[in-house]
Design a protein around this ligand. Structure first.
Ligand SMILES: NC(=O)c1ccc[n+]([C@@H]2O[C@H](COP(=O)([O-])OP(=O)(O)OC[C@H]3O[C@@H](n4cnc5c(N)ncnc54)[C@H](OP(=O)(O)O)[C@@H]3O)[C@@H](O)[C@H]2O)c1
Length: 270
């Protein structure tokens, strides 16, 4: 009999690769997807050898309209299905809303919002049939806080993922699918390649150390939360305090604080 399988997007680096390591250590088979084939294959070889599991690397660019169907077709061709889905792939678009092209903005929305929702929509019927499923949407603390200049679509996309996860989790419970859970994982600053990719490494590395987390506890918090059926999880004490402040503080104060912080690591001329 096949082991349970977890499909992880953005598994070639950072938080996604850590999800692969933790699900592998729990004895799950994996389907790992991202664009960098060499990274996926190296991780697959490492995890198969370490844990005796099966890992299926699937190279796809989620910005492409048919990427979700291709990923799921590759799984189906091997007679496999996703018992868990981790929608993790993402990046921060450098530049501003003004000076980036619509092509770049549209790809951003596709990778960080449309593809996760499409994946969830397409794996759910199978989960419902088997009466088991776990969906983790990697959102961000930015989805809680006020929007800020330069990140123009990032916070709104992440806020959307948080609301979507809450609603889907509630819908599963309301329709009697008691063992299908959906969770938005909302990390704050986390060590990964994220800030190298969006060109903010130099400025973000000046942020105080207490604001940063390693990927391992972030991922563990996500897996534990989805198993509990918790719709939203903010990992780490400092991030929890920040998330609470965004709820308590008057909106203009919150906006001013986010704007002041954001200016420290986000340049408008980038
Ligand atoms: N690091 C943080 O501080 C932080 C904080 C809050 C939330 N997050 C969120 O955490 C998630 C993971 O980010 P990370 O920090 O682990 O960053 P990372 O180390 O840069 O990893 C990003 C992953 O996304 C994949 N990806 C990017 N564009 C893709 C595309 N078009 N198609 C398919 N895969 C794509 C990358 O793979 P390829 O390049 O190989 O395609 C890579 O595996 C993101 O959703 C991010 O928004 C991060």
């Amino acid at each position: 009999m096949n082991r349970r399988l977890c499909l992880i997007t953005g598994a070639s680096a950072g938080i996604g690769a850590e999800f692969a390591r933790q699900y592998a250590a729990l004895g799950w088979d994996l389907a790992l997807t991202a664009r960098r084939t060499d990274r996926l294959e190296a991780l697959a070889t490492e995890l198969e050898a370490a844990h005796g599991i099966t890992v299926i690397p699937i190279a796809q660019d989620l910005a492409r309209a048919n990427s979700v169907d291709r990923i799921l077709a590759e799984l189906a061709d091997r007679g496999r299905h996703a018992d868990a889905l981790v929608n993790n792939a993402g990046y921060g678009l450098p530049g501003t809303f003004f000076n980036t092209t619509w092509k770049d903005q549209a790809a951003f929305v596709r990778v960080l919002y449309t593809a996760p929702i499409e994946l969830a929509h397409k794996v759910l019927p199978g989960m419902a049939e088997r009466r088991y499923g776990r969906i983790i949407n990697v959102a961000s603390l930015a989805g809680y806080a006020a929007g800020s200049a330069g990140h123009t679509l990032y916070a709104s996309v992440k806020a959307g993922l948080i609301k979507f996860s809450e609603s889907l989790n509630a819908e599963c419970a309301a329709t009697g699918q008691d063992d299908i859970h959906c969770t938005a994982l909302c990390p704050g600053f986390t060590w990964s390649e994220f800030h190298d990719v969006n060109g903010t490494r130099e400025d973000t590395s000046k942020m105080p150390k207490w604001m940063w987390m390693q990927a391992a506890p972030v991922v563990k918090a996500g897996i534990d939360a989805v198993n509990r059926g918790q719709p939203v999880i903010v990992p780490g004490g400092a991030n929890k305090v920040i998330a609470s402040l965004t709820r308590i503080l008057p909106e203009p104060v919150g906006r001013a604080m986010v704007s002041a912080q954001s200016k420290r690591y986000r340049r408008m001329d980038a």
